[in-house]
Design a protein around this ligand. Structure first.
Ligand code: NAD
Ligand code: PRE
Length: 334
């Protein structure tokens, strides 16, 4: 595998970290363009020209705009070798240092062929995606863009706007931060430059979703305004409950591991000392019990040298897990 990047540091770092060798002008069968969205189409066009028989795919987070630009930049006879794609996995941090070999395992990778795309080129990109452990979904670019507006782009704005409220919060108020704020704001650490490009590139699909969010929040805001002065105000509690309940219904639809149906797991919380080897000891004890962890989260205790590890397992094995862990000396909470 060969790498090339206009930033010599990014290129050398990716090579040092084992992503491949620096481009040495050998032939290419498949080129994967992982450049920022606003230059992705130009890089695709350049690569189609440079490698006259290669399949060229991009991974930009918006698909329609990139495909339209590629169509403008490329000779019509070359378009059959371009395949738009988008792995639905990533990090809130950029650059090769943030890379993870298993990032795409069990995640979805969307492939968006155009009408000109050669079906064999589509298969090449689908296979490349599957080789990373991802599950492939193939859909038209406009459907992709409408979907990611809801499942990725508006969530980014929501995380950012909630996190922005923390900027001037006094220290003793920030100290109360726990699961709620951490869960809602993880992606608020994302790169502003990348996200400005993504949101600009998908503005037409994102704006109507954002408008619906604003309308629903406006209803709740009006209700709370009424309740703040008159807690008997008719209809106001209903409006608040409706939003929370609609949220429950939406949340229950998020697919489980490997794109399977949403699963309900049983969870146990285990405090672990903040010292080397604690995690390994806990995992060994879970492994010795022959129990598969379905999910895992960790929170840091504020002002205490402990971490709170939340273990998610199938409900059928939770009692046995609790028993085993208590027997091994762990304190276990529901
Ligand atoms: N970060 C994510 O979570 C994520 C997930 C899925 C898809 N994507 C998409 O992947 C692409 C890259 O995002 P990233 O997070 O890896 O960004 P990144 O900043 O980590 O990497 C982008 C790389 O592109 C290089 N680059 C800049 N201009 C270039 C140009 N003109 N030609 C060639 N290379 C150029 C940069 O030097 C940099 O090394 C974007 O299109 C993004 O939408 C990102
Ligand atoms: O989980 C993250 O940190 C992501 O950045 C992932 C995420 C997403 O919203 O799911 C973000 C943008 C990419 O286009 C694809 C995936």
């Amino acid at each position: 595998m060969f790498l090339t990047d206009p930033s010599p540091t990014a290129q050398a770092l990716a090579a040092d970290l084992g992503a491949g060798q620096v481009d040495d002008e050998t032939d290419a069968d498949v080129v994967l363009v992982a450049a920022p969205p606003d230059v992705a189409a130009a890089v695709v066009a350049e690569q189609l020209k440079r490698w006259p028989s290669a399949v060229v795919a991009d991974v930009a987070s918006v698909k329609q705009r990139v495909a339209e630009e590629v169509r403008r930049l490329v000779e019509p006879g070359q378009l059959h070798r371009y395949v738009g794609s988008h792995p639905m996995a990533g990090r809130e941090r950029s650059g090769a240092v943030a890379a993870q070999a298993d990032l795409f395992e069990g995640r979805t990778w969307v492939v968006c062929p155009q009408q000109e795309t050669d079906p064999d080129a589509v298969v090449v990109v689908q296979e490349l995606a599957r080789a990373t452990g991802a599950a492939v979904i193939t859909m038209p670019a406009d459907e992709h863009d409408a979907a990611v507006a809801v499942v990725s782009h508006v969530p980014q704005l929501a995380a950012s706007v909630v996190a922005a409220q923390l900027r001037e919060l006094p220290e003793d108020a920030i100290a109360l931060s726990s699961g709620g704020i951490r869960d809602v704001t993880r992606i608020a650490a994302s790169d502003p430059m990348l996200w400005t490009q993504i949101l600009t590139g998908n503005a037409a699909a994102v704006q109507p979703v954002l408008q619906r969010v604003i309308e629903q929040l406006t209803v709740v805001s009006r209700s709370l305004e009424q309740l703040a002065t008159d807690d008997t105000a008719g209809g106001s509690r209903g409006a608040v409950a409706r939003l929370i309940s609609d949220g429950q219904l939406g949340h229950a639809r998020i697919p489980g591991k490997h794109g399977s149906a949403p699963a309900t797991y049983a969870t146990l919380i285990v405090p672990i000392p903040d010292e080397p080897g604690s995690f390994a000891r806990l995992f060994n004890d879970v492994g010795d019990a022959g129990i598969n962890l379905e999910d895992l989260r960790m929170e840091h205790g504020v002002g205490a040298m402990v971490g709170l590890v939340e273990l998610s397992v199938l409900p059928a094995v939770v009692d046995r897990l609790r028993e085993v862990l208590e027997h091994k000396g762990w304190s276990v909470h529901e």
